[in-house]
Design a protein around this ligand. Structure first.
Ligand code: NAD
Ligand code: ISE
Length: 335
């Protein structure tokens, strides 16, 4: 069976996912799209022979649509995800699930009321080969009980619209999800330290930021978010356990020996760093829709990430450790 998909939001990542679904994902096709900018929607639709509809709600209601992809601006996600859940349709939502934790909770409650999982959140790092290899080592107990984790998330530059809170909501949110997933543990406290800011940033941005997390199981994590590091897009993650340490591999590239130098490249953007992960994310999501068993990052993961992000922003503003206060995890979402 071919999964027929409707896409809401045909901006940068929406168009990229439309291409991905069309070229990479077996037995899936984009049948309708929508955007508040109708010209943009028409352009995106014409590339793949889909129809452009006037609104996102039309996409959700369209009887040709088996599953919805939400790639509009973050503040619009909650409305569309809720409508898709209420219509009983599978929905893949790019991060964030919603910009307010209460809205994430409404989605969680609506999904539970419907009695089956419909929502997947776009935390694509769970599909990266390196992160998956790292998780296999942790799950197999090869380094014993994890004690510490050191992470870095560096972007070469960011636009002027990027401000201090986005270091959490837009950027660290990826590590917040991967930490929870890798350790199968919950983050319970957060502190944010702000070293001297780089001169190569706009004045309204604290950059870098050092985020310190602690899990319920007592693991301590440090995460450096540095979004104007200039030299490239660089993602680091090392976990130290009782009997060993395991580190995320760098993306493969040649080592060039020449003129007295030994050098290799650093990727410049997240699109190339996680391109294969995005592909696999959509291949697995479409397969799970076909089987009626969504298994990727859930609405609960979207809610948990939103609460931890809010706590991190609170900690940034106070400079003090802050306690994460989230609801108890419903059994509906597993242990
Ligand atoms: P974008 O601005 O390029 O595109 C967003 C599109 O949504 C625009 O075309 C805009 O016109 C449209 N839009 C806005 N409001 C709408 C509405 N109410 N209904 C329909 N369409 C609407 O942004 P983007 O970079 O493509 O980001 C989109 C989403 O993807 C964001 O939530 C962002 O956080 C997420 N994202 C995720 C990753 C990742 O690594 N997983 C990377 C980049 C962006
Ligand atoms: C962007 O929105 C992303 O999601 C990227 O993965 C991240 O690296 C970047 O910092 C964000 O701005």
């Amino acid at each position: 069976m071919t999964v027929r998909i409707g896409v809401i939001g045909t901006g940068m990542i929406g168009r990229e996912h439309i291409r991905r679904i069309t070229e990479v994902v077996p037995d899936a096709e984009v049948v309708v799209v929508s955007d508040v900018d109708p010209v943009r929607a028409e352009e995106a639709a014409s590339v793949v022979g889909a129809s452009a509809l006037p609104s996102g709600q039309d996409v959700i209601a369209d009887p040709r649509v088996d599953a919805v992809v939400v790639t509009s601006w973050g503040p619009t996600h909650a409305e569309y995800v809720l409508a898709a859940v209420e219509a009983g349709k599978y929905v893949f939502c790019e991060k964030p699930l919603a910009t307010a934790a209460e809205d994430c909770l409404r989605i969680v409650q609506a999904e539970q009321a419907g009695g089956r999982r419909l929502v997947q959140v776009g935390f694509m790092r769970r599909y990266d080969a390196g992160y998956r290899a790292l998780k296999r080592v942790l799950d197999a107990g090869e380094i014993g009980a994890p004690l510490l984790m050191h992470c870095a998330h560096r972007n070469p530059t960011v636009p002027e619209s990027y401000h201090s809170e986005m270091a959490t909501h837009d950027t660290a949110v990826h590590e917040i999800d991967t930490i929870r997933w890798l350790l199968a543990d919950e983050i319970v406290t957060v502190q944010v330290l702000t070293p001297r800011s780089t001169s190569r940033r706009f004045p309204h941005l604290r950059d870098p930021q050092l985020m310190l997390f602690e899990t319920a199981g007592g693991v301590r994590i440090d995460l450096e978010v540095f979004v104007n590091c200039q030299y490239g897009y660089d993602i680091q993650c090392e976990t130290v356990g009782e009997t060993g340490a395991v580190r995320l591999p760098d993306p493969a590239d040649v080592w060039l020996r020449q003129a007295g130098n030994l050098r290799t490249g650093v990727l410049q953007d997240w699109q190339r760093r996680f391109g294969a992960a995005f592909d696999l994310e959509f291949v697995e999501w479409a397969a799970s829709v076909r089987e009626g068993k969504p298994a990727g990052p859930s609405a609960w993961d979207g809610y948990a990430a939103a609460v931890i992000c809010d706590t991190t922003v609170e900690a940034l503003h106070t400079g003090r450790p802050a306690e994460v206060r989230m609801k108890d995890r419903p059994t509906f979402y597993g242990s």
